[in-house]
Write a protein that binds this ligand. Structure first.
Ligand code: GTP
Length: 235
């Protein structure tokens, strides 16, 4: 069976890398995620990863702090995660290039769109770090922006929860699970799947978003094969 997609963005939250520990990087968890990513890479799919930083720092951690400063600290956290992912993937034999939206040349390449595309064509995974490089923009918005820039066919939004619900299923056992939503549904219902900037960017650029859980070890593969898992958000 052929994968449904040739070029994808995988969005990993920082929390996904922390595993059951709520903080930092849990190596077995990261190894398990990277094994899944390698499986998809080995099928010939071009993969770019956008990683968050919430396992080290979230905007809200800096309550009382200047919002821009808190966001810049979050951007640095994403760089730690990007380097961690690069290391584990390369240990598995997958070539990786990290690109940062904020220049830190001694640590990684700067983000250059055409170079990122070239890396993908040369069969390397590209990890986009430090968000968009701007405060007030989330890493979900980064995923939407980079997907538009590199012509990714879909954003695979890997979460700790298996789909989008109308309320928090951990709090409300009656929560209704959505299998399909439109961008407008997400915006109108105020669903907390992505922020409105990210959702609007995907809507304007016709980029579908598949929200699914990382709990099932084959889910990234299933997503790329076009299986109906999680929630698909599109027109
Ligand atoms: P080609 O152009 O296809 O050869 O790509 P390449 O990435 O293999 O070549 P390049 O010479 O650009 O990079 C070699 C290594 O240096 C790679 O691991 C890059 O990630 C890294 N690298 C390239 N540019 C920078 C940079 O500005 N800063 C840092 N820290 N590393 C860089």
């Amino acid at each position: 069976m052929e994968p449904k997609y040739k070029r994808v963005i995988i969005k990993l939250s920082g929390e996904a890398l922390a595993g059951s520990a709520s903080h930092g990087i849990d190596t077995p968890t990261v190894e398990s995620i990277c094994r899944q990513i390698k499986e998809v890479f080995d099928l010939g799919v071009e993969i770019a990863i956008v990683v968050g930083g919430g396992n080290f720092w979230r905007g809200r951690s800096g309550e009382g702090m200047d919002k821009s400063t808190a966001d810049y600290m979050g951007m640095l956290a994403t760089c730690i995660n990007a380097l961690g992912l690069q290391d584990v993937l390369e240990e598995m034999g997958v070539p990786v290039r990290v690109q940062t939206a904020i220049e830190m040349k001694q640590i990684a390449e700067p983000y250059i769109r055409r170079k990122a595309i070239r890396h993908l064509e040369k069969r390397r995974i590209v990890i986009f770090a430090s968000g968009t490089g701007n405060p007030f923009f989330t890493t979900d918005t980064t995923a939407a922006l980079r997907a538009a820039e590199i012509d990714a066919e879909i954003i695979l939004l890997a979460k700790s929860i298996d789909a989008v619900y109308d309320s928090d299923p951990l709090v409300n056992p009656e929560a209704k699970k959505y299998t399909e939503l439109t961008y407008i549904d997400v915006l109108n219902k105020g669903l907390k799947v992505m922020d409105s900037t990210a959702t609007s960017l995907c809507m304007d650029n016709h980029i579908p978003i598949l929200v699914f859980g990382l709990n099932e070890p084959k889910n990234i593969l299933r997503a790329v094969m076009g299986e109906k898992i999680g929630t698909i958000i599109q027109e």
